[in-house]
Design a protein around this ligand. Structure first.
Ligand code: FAD
Length: 293
């Protein structure tokens, strides 16, 4: 058994967004934002080190979770996984996100961990991040220099690396309003129920009857960062989703991913199950079948 000692750091407790931005401008890459802390505090016991930890605990105005039929869903920086699970609009309009929240870790973790923390951690296993990647969205990043929007498609650069600049606070994520016929779903496989995913998949499909007008298909734990599968998306676009198409998709998935061996699974296993998982997540989005996680 190993024991790890938390590194020394100064805990800073700003009481407004303006104060957070001042602190980020001063300390830049020598500071980290603390939201729920479920990733950051673990990292500080391992190979990550910063002199200053800027807590969001006392900062007001970041808890908003709201839905507008035109603007879509807005998720503030302090919205937790438990908030997502409690939300009827998320369950109705963004089932992939709700399903990811439902299987996320344990109740204690869900009460603490934030959705934006999941995105900012840039893990290739992030469950809510993956669901949101399928649904699409853009982050509002704010610094003393101003605000900018970054689409999730451009946000994750590599393992643990994002497009966020050192002096920026992620304020909120905006997820587009669902269009008519939109369906989404998320599924994951784990070693034990509470563990991180060893492989996960999410889809968002725009359907007209049996025909898929457009698709976003995303997978986790199969590359250095979350991946979209453009060839699968192309196969689906404009096609009727038949058993035959699902089988072709399933056979093609392994060619689009590059998993590695790690402590949760092997590359060989991930390659073998990836196609089946994608087939099942599409079935779940279309008819609710296979929602047995
Ligand atoms: C026991 C355990 C089980 C877990 N199970 C799961 C699981 O099932 N699924 C899963 O996906 N993850 C899981 N995780 C990982 C973790 O809980 C999630 O990634 C969580 O969503 C992180 O959110 P947080 O608020 O705790 O982030 P924090 O730890 O506070 O922050 C994470 C990173 O994001 C940065 N950050 C956070 N908020 C902002 C912001 N607003 N602006 C700029 N930077 C910011 C921080 O500086 C840090 O680098 C688990 C972790 C543990 C310890």
């Amino acid at each position: 058994m190993t024991s790890r000692v938390m590194r020394d750091f100064d805990l800073l407790l700003p009481e407004s967004v303006a104060e957070v931005l001042d602190l980020l401008a001063t300390h830049k890459n020598k500071a980290a934002i603390l939201a729920g802390g479920t990733d950051l505090l673990v990292a500080l016991k391992f190979n990550y080190s910063v002199d200053n930890v800027i807590s969001l605990a006392l900062v007001p105005g970041l808890n908003g979770l709201s839905f507008d039929p035109v603007q879509g869903l807005t998720i503030g920086a302090k919205v937790t996984i438990a908030d997502i699970l409690k939300s009827k609009v998320v369950k109705e309009h963004y089932p992939a996100l709700w399903q990811a929240a439902k299987v996320f870790a344990t109740p204690q973790l869900r009460n603490t961990a934030t959705v934006l923390g999941n995105i900012l951690r840039a893990s290739p296993a992030g469950d809510c991040s993956l669901a949101l990647y399928a649904c699409g969205g853009s982050l509002t990043l704010k610094s003393k220099r101003g605000s900018r929007q970054v689409n999730l498609d451009d946000f994750w650069i590599s393992y643990g690396l994002t497009a966020r600049r050192d002096d920026e606070l992620a304020m909120a994520l905006q997820v587009p309003a669902p269009v008519r016929g939109q369906k989404s779903a998320f599924r994951r496989m784990t070693r034990t129920k509470e563990d991180l995913s060893k492989i996960n998949a999410a889809v968002s499909l725009q359907m007209e009857g049996d025909v898929c007008m457009s698709a976003r298909v995303a997978m986790g734990c199969v590359g250095p960062t979350l991946l979209r599968l453009p060839k699968i998306e192309k196969m689906m676009k404009g096609s009727a989703v038949t058993d035959g198409l699902l089988q072709k998709i399933s056979d093609q998935v392994a060619a689009e991913i590059s998993p590695i061996d790690d402590k949760r699974s092997s590359a060989e296993y991930r390659n073998k199950v990836a196609g089946v998982l994608v087939k099942r997540v599409i079935a779940l989005a279309l008819n609710g079948k296979g929602n047995d996680q």
